[in-house]
Structure formats: C-alpha cells, structure tokens
Ligand binder design. Structure first.
Ligand code: ADP
Ligand code: ADP
Length: 233
C-alpha cells in the first residue's frame, strides 16, 4: 500500500547549510494498517510524512502508493493519486470564515462535484464523525476535538485510501484525544483506510497503532509491533 525505498531528503543547496532530514528510509505499510512514527523534534517525522504525498519531493529514493511510483507520474496523474491521500494537521487548518459544512465540502467544490452530491456526502461524513448537528456553525464555535473531527471529515471527502496524521492529537487534552482516536479507528474499520501517523505521544501510539517505527536523526532505528518495540527485553 505505502512503500518507501531508500528515501533521502536534503534541505538547502549550499554545502555548508545542507540538512540531511531523511537518510535512507525503508518502510512498508499494509492496507488497513495503523502505523505510527515516533521520535523527538527534528528527527525527520514531518519530512517523512510530507514525502508520502509529495508535499516534499525526496532528493532520492522511491515512493510507491498501491504499487505506483509517485515520483514517476506526470502532473495530471500525480494530482489524481494525491486525491487518494488525505491529511490532518495539529492545528486543524480549517477555514475560519467558512461554516463546518463548507469546510468539509471544500475538496468536493474544488473538484466541481454537483451540489446535491456534495450535500449528501458532507452530511454523511459529519454524521460519521458525530457532528451532524454542527453543519452551520463556524470553527471558532467548536472545541479542539470537534475541530479535529471536522478535519477528519474533510480529509475523507475525496474517499482516500490513505490518511496522513501530523501530530493530530498533540494540541488536545487526554479525553478529547481519546474521542479523536476512536474516530480514527472507525475510519480504518469502516472505510479500510490505511493510517500513517506521526506523533511524539507514546500513549497515542500504544492506544491505536498496529506497528510503529522509531526515528532518530533522519533514520528509522527500530520498527515492529507496538508490543515488541515498547516491551523491555
Ligand atoms: P520532526 O517532524 O521529527 O520534528 P522535521 O522533519 O520537521 O522533523 O525536521 C527534520 C530536520 O529537517 C530538522 O533538522 C529540521 O530543522 C530540518 N527541516 C525541516 N524542514 C525544513 C525546511 N523546509 N528547510 C530546511 N530544513 C528543514
Ligand atoms: P459561505 O461560507 O460562503 O457563507 P456556506 O459555507 O454557508 O457559505 O455555504 C457554502 C455552500 O454550501 C453553499 O452553496 C450552501 O448552499 C451550501 N450549504 C451550506 N450549509 C449547508 C447545509 N447545512 N446543508 C446543505 N448545504 C449547505
């Protein structure tokens, strides 16, 4: 489903300013898996996740999604492939001047979908994340956890196969985190979406991930099942 082969990423052109953010990442994530990447700040987690949807282009290496080499695609085909990859963010990235309905509808509006189809889809998704009664409210009227659930609904609007989560619960308190993680589990169970999440929160990994990779200094230093990685020998 997601396969990274020998992915390197360097920032900066001048030799003395070069940052080696990823140094030969190999990763294979199965369909329907919830995979976690942990590591301290600066380890390269965001760079890794951004290389999966090509928000960043790797300096070298290959990124396969469903067997397709993304780096090989023409721009038009790449746009199509990227629609199959949703993303949620620590700070939600909602449009504050738009209603909850409009925020979730946005990816479909941009695709030019018919109004009726948009309405049906958005209402279904907002029901799924438990916010069916908030359609006409604005982001500032919602709690952090509710905003993140809007973020999840928006990410699901284009029926992605993959959901990338960038510190998706790091701004939330423990109870709210729990509620958001429950929604993510249902996203996997009901839509068979593969979830790749980066976080510095160990409890989140332990709660929902099937497998985990530990990153340090641009490299994966350990990976395996959550039990294997977090149980002391
Ligand atoms: P993490 O998400 O684990 O905190 P990042 O992927 O953000 O790690 O960063 C990895 C390294 O790459 C860090 O040294 C960081 O300073 C550097 N870095 C990240 N983004 C950029 C950028 N756009 N330009 C230059 N250096 C960057
Ligand atoms: P704006 O933010 O531009 O004031 P809205 O976000 O309220 O607009 O609405 C954007 C589009 O979504 C409009 O076409 C509107 O008809 C439709 N829409 C908004 N809320 C709902 C809703 N609860 N049910 C169905 N359609 C809605």
């Amino acid at each position: 489903m997601i396969l990274l082969k020998d992915v390197y990423k360097e920032y900066g052109k001048k030799k003395e300013k070069k940052v080696h953010a990823l140094k030969g990442i190999n990763l294979s994530i199965d369909k329907g898996e919830i995979f976690g990447v942990v590591g301290f700040s600066g380890a390269g987690k965001s760079t890794l996740i951004r290389c999966v949807n090509l928000l960043e282009r790797p300096t070298s290496g290959k990124v396969f999604i469903n067997g397709i080499d993304l780096l090989d695609l023409a721009p038009k085909d790449l746009r199509k492939s990227r629609k199959k990859i949703g993303m949620i963010f620590q700070q939600y990235n909602l449009l504050s001047s738009k209603t909850i309905f409009h925020n979730v509808a946005m990816p479909l509006i941009l695709e030019g979908k018919p109004k009726e189809e948009i309405k049906e889809k958005v209402e279904e998704l907002l029901d799924f994340v438990g916010l069916g009664d908030k359609t006409n409210q604005y982001p500032e009227q919602l709690s952090g956890g509710q905003k993140q659930r809007v973020g999840i609904a928006r990410a699901l609007a284009t029926d992605p196969d993959i959901l990338l989560c960038d510190e998706a619960t790091s701004a939330l308190d423990p109870n709210t985190t729990e509620a958001v993680l429950e929604v993510l589990k249902r996203v996997r169970d009901e839509f068979k979406v593969t979830i790749l999440m980066i976080t510095h929160e160990m409890n989140v990994i332990k709660d929902i991930c099937d497998r985990v990779a530990v990153m340090e200094n641009g490299e994966i230093v350990e990976q395996g099942s959550v039990v294997d990685v977090f149980t002391e020998p």
